[in-house]
Design a protein around this ligand. Structure first.
Ligand SMILES: NC(=O)c1ccc[n+]([C@@H]2O[C@H](COP(=O)([O-])OP(=O)(O)OC[C@H]3O[C@@H](n4cnc5c(N)ncnc54)[C@H](OP(=O)(O)O)[C@@H]3O)[C@@H](O)[C@H]2O)c1
Length: 263
């Protein structure tokens, strides 16, 4: 039986495999990486088959998942070289468009892009997908079904893929948690209490919005009594350019995606 083959055994591969194992995915998984230590660790942790030879790894694939950093993609595809086999390949590389992937590894390889979240480790990570021309309904379903094992899946047109990528990253949540925690420490809370307060502030608000049917602006009004402390915090943050700063961050992410695409 042909396997799901990961090229690159780093952070996102490890998170995806952990999620797949949690979902009791029983089909063979092969991982190739240039670091034998990383391969041994993945083998020990998740019982995957490891393959240090790139060409043998590709030859064993039914579905190929390209999970190297964007600046390594071009070199990796060049190393694979001519591939005569009909194969579905999924790139996780941020910013690299389908046109570049197709130019790197031509037909009969059919390309898709996926942007999973490392939260897939717990089975709750959203994955964005976009498909290239000519991908068969069966291949599309196979890719969808694989990522659906580790969380919800959403299809995003390629022209909006990078904007979605920079917006949905779980790094926003971690960054906000770290920032709110350290700000709370600076006004007198100890680290543990600050982290608990910050985690409730961020997570509980979002769960309440998600699980209820009250619009966000109403929830905001409910949580901030006019003239009260929460209203003072929000007004001060807005005056200091909170929204503008977040938008600038997203624009920096988009510029990085464009730099990745130019590689
Ligand atoms: N981390 C995330 O949360 C996340 C989420 C969604 C998508 N992604 C995307 O997934 C990709 C991988 O990200 P990551 O964070 O998992 O990166 P990573 O931890 O650096 O893992 C990539 C691994 O691939 C290896 N590699 C690179 N080129 C290779 C080659 N030619 N042959 C064999 N191994 C090679 C790297 O080795 P070296 O260190 O020696 O290069 C490294 O061990 C990126 O394109 C990123 O945009 C990441």
């Amino acid at each position: 039986m042909k396997a799901i083959v990961f090229l690159g055994g780093g952070r996102i591969t490890s998170a995806l495999i952990a999620g797949l194992r949690l979902a009791k995915f029983g089909e063979p998984i092969v991982v190739h990486d240039r670091h034998p230590k990383k391969l041994q660790q993945l083998k020990r942790q998740y019982g995957v088959v490891v393959e240090a030879d790139l060409h043998r790894a590709v030859a064993s694939a039914r579905l190929l998942i390209v999970a190297v950093r964007p600046d390594s993609v071009r070199g990796l595809l060049k190393e694979i070289g001519l591939n005569g086999r009909r194969l579905t390949a999924v790139s996780l590389a941020a910013g690299i468009p389908l046109s570049k992937l197709r130019a790197g590894l031509r037909l009969p390889v059919r390309w898709a892009r996926a942007m999973p979240s490392p939260v897939c480790r717990s089975g709750r990570g959203l994955t964005a997908l976009t498909f290239g021309r000519g991908i068969t309904p069966a291949a599309r379903a196979e890719v969808r079904n694989l990522f659906a094992l580790v969380g919800p899946v959403v299809e995003i047109p390629e022209k909006r893929f990078d904007a979605f990528t920079v917006t949905f990253s779980s790094s926003h949540g971690y960054h906000a948690l770290a920032t709110l925690t350290s700000a709370a420490e600076s006004i007198g809370l100890d680290r543990k209490t600050a982290r608990m307060a910050a985690a409730h502030a961020l997570a509980d608000g979002i769960v309440a919005w998600r699980e209820g049917d009250v619009p966000l602006d109403e929830l905001l009004q409910e949580a901030a009594t006019p003239g009260g402390t929460a209203a003072a915090v929000m007004a001060s943050q807005d005056r200091a350019g909170y929204r503008k700063m977040v938008e600038q961050g997203l624009r920096a992410g988009m510029r990085q995606a464009r730099r990745n695409a130019a590689r």
